[in-house]
Design a protein around this ligand. Structure first.
Ligand SMILES: Nc1ncnc2c1ncn2[C@@H]1O[C@H](COP(=O)(O)OP(=O)(O)OP(=O)(O)O)[C@@H](O)[C@H]1O
Length: 335
């Protein structure tokens, strides 16, 4: 399946060139098809959320784009450079997390960043200035002169993220960046990612936290069994799958029963929860809330409480995973 995350006309030269262009990308490990026929493009300043269960192909996709792995099929360009032929150029434009291997436990946080910046070609003064800037951004100034070995898990992750930004990348790959972060650091990271994207950095984010994708991602691709099974904005994915639901509660079991029969008579499909004196009604159309309230009012059934539940990305994800499993069973893929 093709993820038309963003379509563009070949003639439209006024549009900025996509930072990432992927066509028919695939990767096999012997008989295992880790990635299949993935096509997408991502513009400057866009956060792309890549979702999928364990083994869906997220890391394979990121590894190919970051030139850590070569594709078996298709093409991928990052900042205009082909990942297969111009890996060196691609690497000059990208940053990525999970760079712990490049960080030295026996050195301070600041010394680690300065050294990495120097390795990336910065002068001593530039390296110090960049390290200071990133230490401030990631709230590590106080701990900056402690050895990394004394850092907590969250501090290490923030230092790792700072390291990934040393080269001021055009494209930043964040592979599950907030796993293990406390809620405050997580929110801080979200703010930082939003600021980076606003300044034009393209961010490719894999995450297990759908709330995170919902907050940060402008576009989302969902992978299953190495295939793109859905793509679009969070809102379009929710609108395509999820359904708004009204939950109403009543004074007692008798009123609840009366509400159910009234709503059935009004053409709705209420689901009763007698123990909670509650009724849930899936909404087929926006105006149905008013119909529901009027019907109950006319029948003399007082509503104690009324809440409308919007579909979440979790609903989308669960529904997609279910349909991907069914499709995988039909097609013989592993989902
Ligand atoms: N080096 C490898 N050799 C053989 N199979 C591999 C290799 N790397 C990945 N795979 C397989 O490719 C498929 C996709 O793996 P990938 O790591 O991309 O998934 P993922 O979505 O990142 O999963 P996770 O959320 O667990 O990190 C899986 O079936 C995996 O077992």
């Amino acid at each position: 399946m093709v993820a038309n995350v963003r379509s563009r006309s070949a003639k439209d030269s006024s549009m900025p060139r996509p930072r990432i262009e992927v066509i028919g990308l695939g990767k096999s490990y012997g008989p295992i098809n880790a990635l299949n026929d993935v096509t997408l493009q991502v513009d400057p300043g866009v956060v792309l959320g890549v979702l999928g269960h364990n083994g869906a192909g997220k890391t394979t996709l990121i590894d190919i784009l970051a030139t850590r792995s070569t594709p078996t099929r298709g093409t991928a360009r990052v900042c205009g450079w082909d990942v297969r032929r111009s890996g060196h150029q691609v690497r000059r434009h990208i940053g990525m997390t999970s760079q712990f291997t490049a960080l030295d436990e026996t050195m301070t946080g600041r010394a680690n960043l300065v050294l990495l910046a120097r390795l990336l070609g910065a002068s001593r003064a530039q390296a110090r200035a960049r390290a200071d800037e990133l230490l401030t951004t990631f709230d590590l100034t106080e701990a900056a002169d402690r050895k990394m070995a004394t850092f907590s898990g969250g501090m290490r992750r923030r230092l790792d993220l700072a390291a990934s930004l040393l080269g001021a990348p055009d494209v930043l790959f964040l592979d599950e960046p907030t796993t293990g972060l406390d809620p405050v650091s997580r929110t801080g990271l979200w703010v930082m990612v939003e600021a980076l994207a606003a300044r034009g950095t393209t961010v490719v984010l894999t995450t297990q936290y759908l709330e995170e994708a919902d907050r940060l991602a402008k576009d989302i691709v969902v992978l299953a069994g190495g295939h793109v099974v859905a793509s679009g904005t969070p809102a379009s994915l929710k609108a395509g799958i999820g359904q708004r639901t009204v939950s109403a509660t009543f004074a007692d079991a008798r009123a609840t029963h009366h509400a159910v029969t009234t709503l059935q008579y009004a053409g709705m499909q209420p689901l009763a929860d007698p123990a909670q004196c509650a009724v849930q009604v899936p909404l087929a159309a926006a105006g149905e809330i008013a119909v529901l309230v009027r019907a109950l009012d006319a029948a003399g059934v007082p509503i104690l409480d009324l809440t409308v539940t919007e579909p979440t990305l979790d609903d989308v994800y669960v529904a997609l995973h279910r349909s991907a499993q069914e499709k995988a069973a039909q097609m013989g893929w592993s989902a």
